[in-house]
Design a protein around this ligand. Sequence first.
Ligand SMILES: NC(=O)c1ccc[n+]([C@@H]2O[C@H](COP(=O)([O-])OP(=O)(O)OC[C@H]3O[C@@H](n4cnc5c(N)ncnc54)[C@H](OP(=O)(O)O)[C@@H]3O)[C@@H](O)[C@H]2O)c1
Length: 229
Amino acid sequence: MTGRPYVLLSCAMSIDGYIDDATAERLLLSNDADLDRIDAVRAGCDAIMVGAATVRRDDPRLLVRSERRRAERVARGLPPCPVKVTVTASGDLDPTARFFTMGDGAKLVYCPSGVADKTREQVGAVATVVDAGDPVTPEAVLADLAGRGVARLMVEGGGSVHCQFLTAGVADELHLVVAPFFVGDRRAPRFVEDGRFPWHPGRRARVVEVRQIGDVVLTRYALSDRCPG
Ligand SMILES: NC(=O)c1ccc[n+]([C@@H]2O[C@H](COP(=O)([O-])OP(=O)(O)OC[C@H]3O[C@@H](n4cnc5c(N)ncnc54)[C@H](OP(=O)(O)O)[C@@H]3O)[C@@H](O)[C@H]2O)c1
């Protein structure tokens, strides 16, 4: 495969831009209908990526939930679920996390050279650990994924990972869902951190869709010319 994978970022946030609250509980921002939409988007991708902090905090499964969608993928010659991808600088990952234990598909862990041995000790039995150089960049991850046949990557957060793909200018599409409430606590994480983004008042992103899904609103932004619509 030539070129980097198509990169689709997906995020749900509160009206005031928070992607979680500051409590130990996982904050539910989407609703059932939106979670089903996300499931369909996942089913259309070759790989799903989250940062290591999201693996630790949310313990997500990152699987295609719908049996019909899994069967459709298999009928197309694909594995039932996309490859799972995470990135860590600390190597501090628990092999019993659902990221590793749920689903039979491939799991990839990208890390800097300096922690590759430690990361392999931690999760090498349940995932493929990739020494991605130092520092690990979105471009390096994408180049490696392309080499593994990944043509379409869904990045599901958290803020640190989203921010890096956006500021590196390697995102093609953003699905941003706004939940109808405020978090109102600056200790909570926001969609992105400070940074220099390719989209600013002088270069506005293109809205390709706005859809109400129950009580949330999805806005789809085209971030590159590769995004259709
Ligand atoms: N609302 C949503 O749509 C949504 C979706 C996903 C997550 N979340 C929320 O987002 C929050 C977590 O976001 P976050 O920004 O704190 O963390 P994150 O993006 O999930 O993960 C950050 C971690 O990933 C690793 N990492 C990121 N970039 C790296 C790089 N270039 N090289 C090496 N390692 C790298 C590091 O792991 P190490 O710490 O292991 O070094 C870093 O601490 C949680 O509260 C979660 O609930 C919300």
